[in-house]
Design a protein around this ligand. Structure first.
Ligand code: PGA
Length: 227
């Protein structure tokens, strides 16, 4: 049975207090779900929340892994304001690299993203690498590829599942051994359409992951689909 990835992308959202409220609600709801081995939930959160979330995942034995939203391309040292892969690895197993918001709004280039992926790998951080189409360059040794058409992100208009599946099929021609997931306005109502196409190995979810009720509903849909 193939692994299905459900990645929550909190982006630049939530204070510590807000994360505590989210976790209480999520914990209550998720405990009633029969999550099985092949469903992997990864919550990606800002650096400021990783220490708290790591602690809670361990004490409450929550069924998800932790990811960071970003990582420095540079090693420890004189890079004021950067958070390097060694530091991130203390808290998280995963990191998102190549998100279109960082490419477009923060000017991250393919070259820089390649360096970030390399720096992450050197510290055994697993990489969720985002691409905007089948032509986006993908560095070697990433762990998950996330196909996210820019126009679908945060717009409430997800791509048609068949079209997403076609692009993902194209990506898989060169990366047949890697899981490829879809992102862009995924919600509890459209999730099953994506999961039913054979090509798509999971989803990356922004807006809906911020609300524990909606996020749990989405996870539930996937579980029910598998039954
Ligand atoms: P969205 O974001 O679900 O809010 O569209 C997805 C993402 O940016 O990863």
């Amino acid at each position: 049975m193939k692994t299905v990835f459900i990645v929550g992308n909190w982006k630049s959202n939530k204070t510590l207090e807000e994360a505590k409220i989210w976790l209480e609600d999520f914990d209550k709801n998720v405990l009633s779900l029969p999550i099985v081995e092949n469903q992997k939930i990864i919550i990606c959160a800002p650096f400021t929340l990783l220490g708290y979330l790591k602690e809670e995942i361990s004490t409450r034995k929550l069924p998800f892994a932790l990811g960071a939203e970003n990582v420095s391309a540079y090693p420890p040292g004189a890079y004021t304001g950067e958070v390097n892969a060694r530091q991130v690895r203390e808290f998280a197993d995963w990191v998102i690299i190549g998100h279109s918001e960082r490419r477009i709004k923060l000017g991250e280039t393919d070259e820089l993203l390649e360096k970030k992926a390399k720096a992450a790998k050197e510290e055994n951080l697993k990489v969720i690498f985002c691409v905007q189409n089948a032509e986006t360059p993908i560095p070697q040794s990433v762990d998950i590829i996330a196909y996210e058409p820019t126009w679908a992100i945060g717009s409430g208009k997800a791509e048609n599942a068949e079209q997403a599946s076609q692009v993902i099929g194209k990506i898989k021609q060169n990366f047949s051994n890697l899981p490829v997931i879809y992102g862009g306005s995924v919600d509890p109502d459209n999730i099953l359409g994506f999961m039913k196409t054979g090509n798509i190995d999971g989803v990356i979810v922004g807006g809906v992951s911020l609300e524990p009720v909606g996020f749990t509903a989405l996870i539930k849909r996937i579980i029910e689909n598998k039954d």
